[in-house]
Design a protein around this ligand. Structure first.
Ligand code: NAD
Length: 260
Protein backbone atom coordinates (compact mmCIF):
# COMPACT_ATOMS: atom_id res chain seq x y z
CA UNK A 1 0.00 0.00 0.00
CA UNK A 2 3.05 2.29 -0.03
CA UNK A 3 3.70 2.06 -3.77
CA UNK A 4 4.74 5.51 -5.04
CA UNK A 5 5.81 6.67 -1.57
CA UNK A 6 9.38 7.41 -0.50
CA UNK A 7 10.76 6.62 2.94
CA UNK A 8 13.94 8.03 4.47
CA UNK A 9 15.19 6.12 7.49
CA UNK A 10 18.21 7.28 9.48
CA UNK A 11 20.44 4.67 11.11
CA UNK A 12 19.11 1.83 8.98
CA UNK A 13 22.17 -0.20 8.02
CA UNK A 14 21.60 -2.38 11.08
CA UNK A 15 19.13 -3.49 13.71
CA UNK A 16 15.75 -1.81 14.07
CA UNK A 17 16.26 0.70 11.23
CA UNK A 18 17.04 -2.06 8.75
CA UNK A 19 13.90 -3.83 9.95
CA UNK A 20 11.86 -0.68 9.23
CA UNK A 21 13.44 -0.40 5.76
CA UNK A 22 12.65 -4.02 4.91
CA UNK A 23 9.05 -3.73 6.10
CA UNK A 24 8.34 -0.49 4.20
CA UNK A 25 9.99 -1.88 1.04
CA UNK A 26 7.76 -4.95 1.37
CA UNK A 27 4.80 -2.55 1.07
CA UNK A 28 6.27 -1.08 -2.13
CA UNK A 29 7.96 2.09 -0.82
CA UNK A 30 11.19 3.43 -2.26
CA UNK A 31 13.66 3.60 0.59
CA UNK A 32 16.78 5.61 1.36
CA UNK A 33 18.75 3.88 4.07
CA UNK A 34 21.46 5.63 6.08
CA UNK A 35 24.23 4.66 8.44
CA UNK A 36 27.69 3.19 8.64
CA UNK A 37 29.02 -0.27 8.03
CA UNK A 38 30.67 -2.61 5.58
CA UNK A 39 30.25 -1.29 2.00
CA UNK A 40 29.57 -4.70 0.46
CA UNK A 41 27.02 -5.57 3.13
CA UNK A 42 25.25 -2.23 2.62
CA UNK A 43 25.10 -2.69 -1.19
CA UNK A 44 23.59 -6.09 -0.49
CA UNK A 45 20.84 -4.46 1.59
CA UNK A 46 20.16 -1.88 -1.15
CA UNK A 47 19.84 -4.61 -3.79
CA UNK A 48 17.58 -6.61 -1.49
CA UNK A 49 15.32 -3.56 -0.92
CA UNK A 50 15.06 -2.91 -4.67
CA UNK A 51 14.07 -6.55 -5.24
CA UNK A 52 11.46 -6.57 -2.47
CA UNK A 53 9.88 -3.20 -3.26
CA UNK A 54 10.18 -3.33 -7.03
CA UNK A 55 10.93 0.38 -6.55
CA UNK A 56 14.06 2.41 -5.79
CA UNK A 57 16.52 2.14 -2.93
CA UNK A 58 19.71 4.02 -2.10
CA UNK A 59 22.16 4.37 0.75
CA UNK A 60 23.35 7.68 2.23
CA UNK A 61 26.45 7.67 4.42
CA UNK A 62 25.50 11.04 5.96
CA UNK A 63 26.78 11.44 9.51
CA UNK A 64 23.88 12.38 11.81
CA UNK A 65 26.19 14.59 13.89
CA UNK A 66 26.65 16.90 10.86
CA UNK A 67 23.73 19.17 9.91
CA UNK A 68 25.18 19.88 6.42
CA UNK A 69 25.37 16.18 5.64
CA UNK A 70 21.81 15.70 6.92
CA UNK A 71 20.48 18.43 4.62
CA UNK A 72 22.47 16.97 1.70
CA UNK A 73 20.97 13.52 2.43
CA UNK A 74 17.41 14.88 2.25
CA UNK A 75 18.24 16.76 -0.98
CA UNK A 76 19.78 13.63 -2.49
CA UNK A 77 16.75 11.53 -1.54
CA UNK A 78 14.42 14.15 -3.02
CA UNK A 79 16.39 14.31 -6.29
CA UNK A 80 16.82 10.57 -6.78
CA UNK A 81 13.86 8.85 -5.09
CA UNK A 82 11.40 11.68 -4.43
CA UNK A 83 10.74 13.95 -1.45
CA UNK A 84 10.34 11.78 1.65
CA UNK A 85 6.68 10.99 2.40
CA UNK A 86 7.83 8.94 5.39
CA UNK A 87 10.69 9.96 7.67
CA UNK A 88 11.92 7.64 10.38
CA UNK A 89 14.43 9.17 12.80
CA UNK A 90 16.09 6.09 14.15
CA UNK A 91 19.88 6.58 14.32
CA UNK A 92 21.20 6.13 17.81
CA UNK A 93 24.23 5.24 19.87
CA UNK A 94 24.64 4.50 23.54
CA UNK A 95 27.28 5.15 26.16
CA UNK A 96 27.07 3.76 29.66
CA UNK A 97 28.95 5.57 32.41
CA UNK A 98 28.32 7.37 35.71
CA UNK A 99 27.81 11.10 35.09
CA UNK A 100 30.97 12.14 36.93
CA UNK A 101 33.14 10.27 34.43
CA UNK A 102 30.84 10.61 31.41
CA UNK A 103 33.01 11.70 28.45
CA UNK A 104 32.00 15.09 27.04
CA UNK A 105 32.43 14.00 23.42
CA UNK A 106 30.04 11.07 24.02
CA UNK A 107 27.45 13.42 25.53
CA UNK A 108 27.67 15.70 22.47
CA UNK A 109 27.54 12.81 19.98
CA UNK A 110 24.52 11.15 21.63
CA UNK A 111 22.52 14.40 21.81
CA UNK A 112 23.45 15.17 18.18
CA UNK A 113 22.67 11.73 16.72
CA UNK A 114 19.47 11.00 18.61
CA UNK A 115 17.94 14.43 19.17
CA UNK A 116 19.41 17.20 17.00
CA UNK A 117 19.48 15.05 13.84
CA UNK A 118 15.70 14.58 14.16
CA UNK A 119 15.29 18.37 14.23
CA UNK A 120 17.41 18.79 11.09
CA UNK A 121 15.67 16.00 9.11
CA UNK A 122 12.20 17.10 10.20
CA UNK A 123 12.88 20.71 9.30
CA UNK A 124 14.05 19.60 5.86
CA UNK A 125 11.17 17.22 5.02
CA UNK A 126 8.13 19.02 6.44
CA UNK A 127 7.71 21.60 3.62
CA UNK A 128 7.22 18.94 0.89
CA UNK A 129 4.93 16.89 3.18
CA UNK A 130 2.79 19.99 3.76
CA UNK A 131 2.60 20.60 0.01
CA UNK A 132 1.43 17.03 -0.58
CA UNK A 133 -0.95 17.14 2.40
CA UNK A 134 0.38 13.78 3.57
CA UNK A 135 3.29 12.66 5.68
CA UNK A 136 4.40 10.26 8.35
CA UNK A 137 7.19 11.06 10.79
CA UNK A 138 8.15 8.28 13.16
CA UNK A 139 10.82 8.73 15.79
CA UNK A 140 12.47 5.84 17.55
CA UNK A 141 12.29 6.65 21.22
CA UNK A 142 12.83 4.12 23.94
CA UNK A 143 11.39 3.11 27.29
CA UNK A 144 14.07 5.60 28.28
CA UNK A 145 11.93 8.32 26.65
CA UNK A 146 9.51 7.75 29.54
CA UNK A 147 11.50 6.42 32.49
CA UNK A 148 15.21 6.33 33.36
CA UNK A 149 17.93 3.89 34.39
CA UNK A 150 21.25 4.99 35.88
CA UNK A 151 24.49 5.53 33.91
CA UNK A 152 22.76 6.58 30.67
CA UNK A 153 22.43 10.33 31.25
CA UNK A 154 23.00 11.44 27.65
CA UNK A 155 20.84 8.72 26.11
CA UNK A 156 17.96 9.25 28.52
CA UNK A 157 18.12 13.02 28.08
CA UNK A 158 18.08 12.66 24.27
CA UNK A 159 15.28 10.08 24.33
CA UNK A 160 13.14 12.16 26.69
CA UNK A 161 13.89 15.06 24.35
CA UNK A 162 12.67 13.19 21.28
CA UNK A 163 9.40 12.40 23.08
CA UNK A 164 8.81 16.13 23.60
CA UNK A 165 9.92 16.96 20.06
CA UNK A 166 7.42 14.38 18.73
CA UNK A 167 4.52 16.00 20.58
CA UNK A 168 5.53 19.50 19.51
CA UNK A 169 5.79 18.76 15.79
CA UNK A 170 2.58 16.70 15.90
CA UNK A 171 0.77 19.83 17.10
CA UNK A 172 2.42 22.06 14.51
CA UNK A 173 1.42 19.86 11.53
CA UNK A 174 -1.86 18.49 12.90
CA UNK A 175 -3.90 20.14 10.12
CA UNK A 176 -1.54 19.17 7.29
CA UNK A 177 -2.24 15.43 6.95
CA UNK A 178 1.05 14.66 8.66
CA UNK A 179 1.28 12.46 11.75
CA UNK A 180 4.26 12.45 14.09
CA UNK A 181 4.75 9.62 16.55
CA UNK A 182 7.43 8.02 18.64
CA UNK A 183 7.84 4.27 18.99
CA UNK A 184 9.29 3.43 22.41
CA UNK A 185 10.82 -0.05 22.44
CA UNK A 186 12.02 -1.95 25.47
CA UNK A 187 15.17 -4.02 25.01
CA UNK A 188 15.46 -5.34 21.48
CA UNK A 189 18.22 -7.77 20.58
CA UNK A 190 20.41 -5.72 18.20
CA UNK A 191 24.11 -4.80 17.96
CA UNK A 192 23.42 -1.66 20.04
CA UNK A 193 22.36 -3.78 23.00
CA UNK A 194 25.09 -6.34 22.51
CA UNK A 195 27.76 -3.61 22.37
CA UNK A 196 26.77 -2.03 25.67
CA UNK A 197 27.18 -5.28 27.59
CA UNK A 198 30.97 -4.93 28.17
CA UNK A 199 30.58 -1.34 29.51
CA UNK A 200 27.72 -2.36 31.78
CA UNK A 201 29.81 -5.29 33.04
CA UNK A 202 32.56 -2.79 33.92
CA UNK A 203 30.27 -0.10 35.38
CA UNK A 204 28.42 -2.56 37.61
CA UNK A 205 31.06 -5.27 38.13
CA UNK A 206 28.86 -8.06 36.69
CA UNK A 207 29.26 -11.04 34.37
CA UNK A 208 27.76 -11.13 30.86
CA UNK A 209 24.89 -13.42 31.93
CA UNK A 210 24.16 -11.23 34.94
CA UNK A 211 23.98 -8.14 32.70
CA UNK A 212 21.55 -9.87 30.31
CA UNK A 213 19.25 -11.39 32.94
CA UNK A 214 19.59 -9.07 35.93
CA UNK A 215 20.13 -5.69 34.20
CA UNK A 216 18.78 -5.70 30.63
CA UNK A 217 15.77 -7.92 31.18
CA UNK A 218 15.42 -7.12 34.89
CA UNK A 219 12.88 -4.40 34.15
CA UNK A 220 11.21 -6.15 31.25
CA UNK A 221 8.37 -8.15 32.83
CA UNK A 222 7.93 -10.47 29.84
CA UNK A 223 11.62 -11.51 30.21
CA UNK A 224 11.99 -11.58 26.44
CA UNK A 225 13.65 -9.16 24.06
CA UNK A 226 11.30 -7.19 21.76
CA UNK A 227 11.72 -8.36 18.16
CA UNK A 228 12.71 -6.05 15.30
CA UNK A 229 9.84 -7.41 13.16
CA UNK A 230 7.31 -6.43 15.83
CA UNK A 231 8.55 -2.83 15.78
CA UNK A 232 8.56 -2.79 11.98
CA UNK A 233 4.92 -3.93 11.90
CA UNK A 234 4.00 -1.02 14.17
CA UNK A 235 5.82 1.43 11.87
CA UNK A 236 3.97 0.03 8.83
CA UNK A 237 0.67 0.40 10.70
CA UNK A 238 1.49 4.03 11.57
CA UNK A 239 1.96 4.68 7.84
CA UNK A 240 -1.49 3.30 7.03
CA UNK A 241 -4.68 5.33 6.69
CA UNK A 242 -6.14 3.42 9.67
CA UNK A 243 -3.54 5.14 11.84
CA UNK A 244 -4.21 8.67 10.58
CA UNK A 245 -5.72 9.76 13.93
CA UNK A 246 -2.69 8.62 15.93
CA UNK A 247 -0.40 11.61 16.32
CA UNK A 248 1.79 13.03 19.04
CA UNK A 249 1.82 9.61 20.71
CA UNK A 250 4.68 7.87 22.44
CA UNK A 251 3.78 4.25 21.74
CA UNK A 252 5.42 1.71 24.01
CA UNK A 253 6.38 -1.76 22.80
CA UNK A 254 8.43 -2.73 25.78
CA UNK A 255 7.26 -6.05 27.21
CA UNK A 256 5.65 -4.17 30.09
CA UNK A 257 8.72 -2.13 31.13
CA UNK A 258 6.90 1.18 31.62
CA UNK A 259 3.81 -0.37 33.23
CA UNK A 260 5.74 -0.56 36.48
P1 NAD B 1 22.13 -0.49 15.87
O1 NAD B 1 23.45 -0.16 16.48
O2 NAD B 1 21.87 -1.87 15.38
O3 NAD B 1 21.82 0.54 14.69
C1 NAD B 1 22.14 1.89 14.79
C2 NAD B 1 22.17 2.49 13.40
O4 NAD B 1 22.52 3.88 13.52
C3 NAD B 1 23.23 1.86 12.49
O5 NAD B 1 22.73 1.81 11.17
C4 NAD B 1 24.39 2.86 12.57
O6 NAD B 1 25.25 2.83 11.45
C5 NAD B 1 23.61 4.14 12.65
N1 NAD B 1 24.39 5.27 13.16
C6 NAD B 1 25.11 5.34 14.31
N2 NAD B 1 25.72 6.54 14.38
C7 NAD B 1 25.36 7.23 13.28
C8 NAD B 1 25.68 8.52 12.78
N3 NAD B 1 26.48 9.36 13.43
N4 NAD B 1 25.15 8.89 11.60
C9 NAD B 1 24.34 8.05 10.90
N5 NAD B 1 24.01 6.82 11.33
C10 NAD B 1 24.52 6.42 12.51
O7 NAD B 1 21.05 -0.07 16.96
P2 NAD B 1 19.49 -0.40 17.16
O8 NAD B 1 19.38 -1.18 18.41
O9 NAD B 1 18.87 -0.91 15.93
O10 NAD B 1 18.96 1.05 17.51
C11 NAD B 1 18.18 1.82 16.64
C12 NAD B 1 17.40 2.84 17.45
O11 NAD B 1 16.55 2.15 18.37
C13 NAD B 1 18.28 3.77 18.28
O12 NAD B 1 17.73 5.06 18.26
C14 NAD B 1 18.15 3.18 19.67
O13 NAD B 1 18.36 4.13 20.67
C15 NAD B 1 16.72 2.69 19.66
N6 NAD B 1 16.41 1.70 20.68
C16 NAD B 1 17.04 0.50 20.69
C17 NAD B 1 16.71 -0.42 21.67
C18 NAD B 1 17.37 -1.76 21.73
O14 NAD B 1 17.15 -2.46 22.71
N7 NAD B 1 18.13 -2.16 20.72
C19 NAD B 1 15.74 -0.11 22.63
C20 NAD B 1 15.12 1.13 22.59
C21 NAD B 1 15.46 2.02 21.60
Amino acid sequence: FLKGKTALITGSTSGIGLGYARALAAEGASVMINGFGDAAEISGYVEELIRTSNAGALHSAADMTKPDEIRAMVADCTAKLGAPDILINNAGIQHVSPVDSFPEDKWDAIIAIILSSAFHTTKAVVPAMKEKGWGRIINTGSMHSLVASPFKSAYNAAKHGIAGFTKTIALEVARDGITVNCICPGYVWTPLVENQIPDTMRARGLTRDQVINDVLLAGQPQKQFVQVDQLASLAVYLCSDSASAITGANLSMDGGWTAQ
